[in-house]
Each structure stands twice: as structure tokens, then as C-alpha cells.
Ligand binder design. Structure first.
Ligand code: ADP
Ligand code: MG
Length: 376
């Protein structure tokens, strides 16, 4: 990829560029916890966006996307926003840096990536983080704090791409480190690194390639349930609840609200238990917690679907250490913690059985926890 980017840059532009990269991400555990003030536990992966960038002594940005095979040129004022959606991510990052008082001048760039698009690995965060990191390095002597770079990516999604996302994806892409996951406290925004470099296990994502569009905005309904229970308990978010408090008001809330809150409370405990387990290299416990999360997402939070439950069952039958839905639900991927000597059999079995049942093959992505945003 690096050679291809440099050679393409050489064909189009005359300056000598600097190479930057940033990564996609996984979230090992901690689902639907962010808006409840809880913990998420993401890490950057070995799939990235890479860009060759050089200042061009003008006030224009010229960018070529190798994967889309398109060049776009734009100025740096608000009214210069490009119409191509991929270019809006880069324009947005430039604008958000400027809005924070940072310097951005014209540049030429060529970029490519191998983060699968729209598969739940956050290719958009990788793209934003790569350019945010680069602009900080090229024009701002790295004065912008790294957490703020993640916020720049998040604001880009909000203000230029119409996606009202949280901070996790950009945070993981910017701050990721090889062999480490990060527990982010979504209430205080404090974070801590935990080791994740198993010798005998690996992470494999299985993308069901289904997305169920649901009419009654299930996401908002889940949020409202959580907010209702928190209000009933007199607390700001379910972060401050525990099962004892929830049991005490069980008769006063609907069965549905009870189930939703139960999942969120248990999920918070599971993230903490997984962190502890990792500190003692106990991957079997990590796997057990992943299965519990799946069960909770499927039965209590009710955001699974037939295809994902099917993949989870196949994982269990194959003896996979841990497996669960990753992401908001209703489709997308499962994330699996698999003993290396089992991976081949598991992925072959899952592919074959899923195909027989649903008429298309799932996509398999092995991932390794790797570095986030960086200069190459
Ligand atoms: P994801 O879940 O992967 O983040 P999104 O829909 O949020 O999915 O972001 C995908 C968008 O990001 C693409 O439609 C494209 O505009 C941009 N993008 C991601 N990767 C690339 C790439 N390699 N080249 C060009 N644009 C990309
Ligand atoms: Mg995205």
C-alpha cells in the first residue's frame, strides 16, 4: 500500500510527501454503555488508512483517493465544502482544526486504506484520525492534544457527514497502541491501557453482511428506557446503578425497562471483570464474559437478530473461547476470541453453515491489536 501511495503521489504532484496512517478499531466489550456513562473497551487494529501529504504553498487542498479513484480539490473556507462524501471527511477535519485555532494551509495528498467500509470497523474514524494527526504534525508542531484530535474527528462526523456518533471510534483510532486495549470511562473521559497480546488466541470478526432496518428507531427506545430507569432511581445515568438498587424498584417499572437496565448494569461489571482478567492473562474468563454480553444483548437488550445469534451458536458449538455481537446490533459483525489452532476450522464451519442457511457467505476479518494514528 505504501509503495502504491508514494508512486501515485509522484505521478500527480512534485513535492516530497510525508506518510501518515491511522487505524480502524474493534471494541472487545462494553456495548450500549457509552450513553449510559459507562465504559467501553476498544483497541486499534492492523487495518488502516494511509496518506502521503505535502504542503503545496497555496490555499487549496488537492486529494486523490486511490480506492475511489477520484481527485477532489477544495479551498479551506466554510463555503468551499466539497460534495463528494469521502472528501467531506477531510474537509471537515481541516475546518475543525481551524475552528480550534489550529493552522491549516493548502496541501496535496494521496491516500488509500484497507479498513473495510461500513463493516463496523470504523473506516471513517481511521480517515479522520489520519488527516487530523497529519495536520497537527505538519502545521501545528503537535500542539493539539491527542484527545482533541479524536474530538476533531467526532465533530467532523457531526458537522460535515451527518453522523451523530460518540467519541469511541475516533478515540480508539487516535490513541491505539500495539498489544493494548483502552478502557475509556465515558463519564469522565479518563482512560487506561490494558495488555491484549495473547499468544494462543486471536481475534476474528465475522461480518454477517446483513443490516436490518427497523422502523420504530429501536436505538432511541433503548436510550429512553435507560433514562427512565435512571430518573426513577434519582441518578444521572445507569453508571451509578447496581442490581440491588434496580431490584428495589423492579415492581415500579415495566418489565422491558427492567431488562434494559439489567443489561447495562451487568455490562459495566463485565468490562471491569475483563480488564482484571487481562491483567492476569486469563483469556478464558475474557471469552466467558463475551458470551455473557451476547446473551444479554440478545435476550435482555434485544438488539440481536437471527443471523448474529446463529453465528454465536456456531462459535459455541465449535468451542470458540468468546463470541458476541460487536456494535449497535441488528446486523453487522460478531467478534470472536479464538484459539489459534481452532481458527481455520471455525471460520470454515461458520462460512459453510451460514451460507447454507442464509444464501450468502459472511466475510471473515482476522484482526491484530495495533498502533493508532502515527507518522510512518
Ligand atoms: P464505517 O463504519 O466503516 O466507518 P462509514 O459509513 O462511517 O462506515 O464510513 C465510510 C465512509 O468513509 C466511506 O463511504 C468513504 O466516504 C469514507 N472512506 C472510508 N475508507 C475510505 C477509503 N479507503 N477511501 C476513501 N474513502 C473512504
Ligand atoms: Mg463510521
Amino acid at each position: 500500500m505504501k509503495e502504491q501511495i508514494l508512486s501515485e503521489f509522484g505521478k500527480r504532484f512534485s513535492e516530497s510527501p510525508v506518510l501518515y496512517a491511522s487505524a480502524g478499531r474493534i471494541n472487545l466489550i462494553g456495548e450500549h454503555t457509552d450513553y449510559n456513562g459507562g465504559f467501553v473497551f476498544p483497541g486499534a487494529i492492523d487495518k488502516a488508512i494511509m496518506a502521503a501529504i505535502a504542503p503545496n504553498d497555496s490555499d487549496r487542498v488537492n486529494v486523490f483517493s486511490i480506492d475511489i479513484d477520484e481527485e477532489v480539490s477544495f479551498g479551506l473556507r466554510e463555503e468551499d465544502a466539497p460534495t463528494q462524501s469521502w472528501a467531506r471527511y477531510i474537509f471537515g477535519v481541516c475546518r475543525e482544526v481551524q475552528k480550534r485555532g489550529g493552522v491549516v494551509k493548502g496541501f496535496n495528498a494521496v491516500f488509500a486504506g484497507n479498513v473495510p467500509l461500513g463493516a463496523g470497523l470504523s473506516s471513517s474514524a481511521a480517515l479522520e484520525s489520519c488527516f487530523a494527526y497529519a495536520l497537527n504534525d505538519l502545521y501545528n508542531e503537535n500542539r493539539i492534544d491527542k484527545f482533541e484530535l479524536a474530538r476533531i474527528g467526532q465533530s467532523t462526523e457531526h458537522n460535515y457527514c451527518g453522523v451523530n456518533c460518540g467519541i469511541m471510534d475516533q478515540f480508539a483510532s487516535v490513541m491505539g497502541q500495539k498489544g493494548k486495549l483502552m478502557r475509556l470511562d465515558c463519564r469522565s473521559m479518563e482512560f487506561e491501557y490494558f495488555p491484549f497480546a495473547p499468544e494462543e488466541y486471536e481475534l476474528v470478526l465475522i461480518d454477517s453482511r446483513v443490516k436490518h432496518e427497523l422502523a420504530d428507531s429501536p436505538y432511541n427506545k433503548r436510550r429512553q428506557s435507560c433514562e427512565r430507569v435512571a430518573a426513577r432511581l434519582g441518578i444521572e445515568t445507569l453508571r451509578d446503578a447496581d442490581m440491588e438498587k434496580l431490584e428495589a424498584i423492579r415492581d415500579e417499572i415495566s418489565a422491558e425497562d427492567y431488562s434494559r437496565a439489567k443489561f447495562v448494569i451487568e455490562e459495566k461489571e463485565r468490562v471491569l471483570a475483563v480488564c482484571e482478567a487481562l491483567n492476569r492473562d486469563d483469556y478464558e474468563t475474557v471469552g466467558k464474559k463475551m458470551y455473557e454480553t451476547h446473551q444479554g444483548l440478545s435476550k435482555d437488550y434485544e438488539v440481536s437478530c437471527e443471523e448474529l445469534d446463529f453465528l454465536n451458536d456456531v462459535a459455541k458449538e465449535c468451542g470458540v473461547t468468546g463470541s458476541r455481537i460487536m456494535g449497535g446490533g441488528f446486523g453487522g459483525c460478531t467478534i470472536n476470541l479464538v484459539r489459534k489452532d481452532l481458527t481455520e476450522r471455525f471460520t470454515a464451519t461458520a462460512t459453510e453453515r451460514f451460507n447454507a442457511r442464509y444464501g450468502h457467505k459472511p466475510q471473515i476479518y482476522p484482526v491484530v491489536i495495533s498502533d493508532g494514528a502515527r507518522k510512518l
